[in-house]
Design a protein around this ligand. Structure first.
Ligand code: FDA
Length: 397
């Protein structure tokens, strides 16, 4: 069978792949997108609790981890949050800002998938689902590719774009194929690790807070010099919540994390004031006015902070404040790719052109989205990287 001919073949119908296809086909190219999943954009569908935190209005390269902190600047600078929001508004998708510049769909993440599919259809992108890449060979004119599954058959293209995502949530179709392809074509791949993932702790630590599962509290969680002030959540398996997910991307094995409960406001001052103004109240009761009740009574019991606050010494109250402001814990690990939102590391940025995402050593080969060693914080940054890098490749092809 003679191979069907395309200008561009994109591996992966996720956020980055669909965005790239829209722009590559928008410039007149014949574009094929293949995906082994049964539906496109599965991660978009489950993202943001089903409402997709599709971008962050404060996006800048500072909110990304990468071997080269400058690499993302070009794509993010040329196609930013405002550009994606314009597309969302053109499709009259209702959205709102939740917090910290995070934009979410009002109705459902499916609105974003429908928008991308509409845009692809409008420029004639062909989509083959349930289709796997079997073989790929470089030729004079580009790439000769063998496909298996529902869209089986030989195909060829001048440009091949790898948009196959990272390793997180394997049961949703994540695979390591992008990293294998990079290595096969001679590109370096940096160490990959689960990011934006809950942290786990040994039995000794868990014994101290297992009965707090479900309690959420504002905290500043730090590791080394990096810290995030957001909510922390106690779970049956360890600690989660935005502050923990954020710091998990910076945490390395054997490093401790430190947690400051009530990061805003001077806790020592508040306790000393309560000693005079509410002297008959138990310390635990005063703490329960500042912290979730279950956490306050747990802490009071665990540390023996009993008796009326009026009878406590100033030194003792300052020690309580210091303890709550500087809680050091040693995680034993993370929950891994099973629950991680992203994969840290990936295709090394040194091998890619930051303007076009094209491999420096293989003309016509591109890597975009999560498979690249660019990982955003929690809060819509990772989708923005998918849109920006997809746009950069799509408009360069
Ligand atoms: P993505 O993973 O989206 O797409 C890759 C595609 O390639 C998939 O369709 C996959 O099936 C396909 N593929 C993989 N291997 C293949 C193979 N061997 N053959 C054929 N096809 C293959 N980010 C954010 O900014 N805001 C948010 O609200 C969230 N929320 C969120 C929740 C959860 C639960 C997760 C797991 C992740 C998030 N994220 C997020 C992160 C975000 O989903 C992620 O960064 C982007 O989906 C990455 O887009 P890509 O297109 O690079 O990969």
């Amino acid at each position: 069978m003679a191979p069907a001919s395309f200008d561009t073949i994109v591996l992966g119908a996720g956020a980055a792949g669909m965005m790239c296809a829209i722009h590559a086909a928008g410039r007149g190219g014949r574009v094929l997108v293949i995906d082994h999943a049964r539906a496109p954009g599965e991660k978009i569908r489950i993202s943001g609790g089903g409402r997709c935190n599709f971008t962050n209005t404060g996006t800048s390269a500072k909110s990304f981890l990468s071997g080269n902190p400058h690499f993302a600047k070009s794509a993010l600078g040329r196609y930013g949050a405002a550009d994606f929001v314009r597309m969302v508004e053109r499709h009259t998708i209702p959205y709102h800002e939740k917090t910290l510049g995070q934009l979410f769909c009002d109705r459902s993440a499916k609105d974003i998938i429908a928008m991308l599919l509409d845009e692809m259809a409008a420029v004639g992108v062909e989509l083959r689902l349930g289709t796997r890449l079997e073989t790929i060979a470089r030729t004079e004119a580009g790439f000769q590719i063998g496909l298996e599954g529902e869209g089986a058959g030989p195909v060829r293209a001048s440009h091949f774009v790898v948009a196959s995502g990272g390793k997180s949530i394997p049961k949703m179709g994540a695979s390591g194929i992008g990293y294998q392809l990079a290595e096969r074509f001679g590109l370096a791949v940096t160490e990959t690790r689960p990011g934006l993932v809950p942290l786990t702790f040994g039995d000794d630590v868990m014994a101290g807070f297992r009965d707090l599962a479900g309690v959420a509290v504002d905290a500043r969680v730090s590791c080394g010099k990096t810290g995030f002030e957001e909510a922390l959540l106690f779970t049956h398996r360890g600690l989660s919540g935005p502050a923990i997910l954020q710091i998990s991307s910076y945490w390395r094995e054997r490093q401790p994390i430190s947690i400051a409960l009530l990061p805003q406001g001077d806790l020592a001052d508040r306790l000393l004031r309560a000693k005079h103004e509410q002297s008959r109240k138990a310390i635990g009761t005063v703490l329960a006015e500042l912290l979730p009740r279950r956490l306050a009574s747990h802490l009071a019991e665990a540390h023996g902070w009993t008796g009326p606050i009026g009878e406590a010494t100033d030194k003792g109250l300052r020690a309580i404040a210091a303890r709550l402001g500087q809680w050091r814990l040693q995680p034993t690990g993370t929950e891994g790719y099973r629950t991680a939102e992203v994969t840290l590391g990936g295709v090394g940025t040194a091998g890619l052109d930051a303007r076009t995402m094209e491999a420096r050593n293989v003309p016509g080969l591109y890597f975009i989205g999560e498979v690249v060693d660019v990982t955003g914080w929690l809060g819509g940054y990772n989708f923005q990287w998918a849109w920006s890098s997809g746009w950069a490749a799509g408009t360069a092809i």
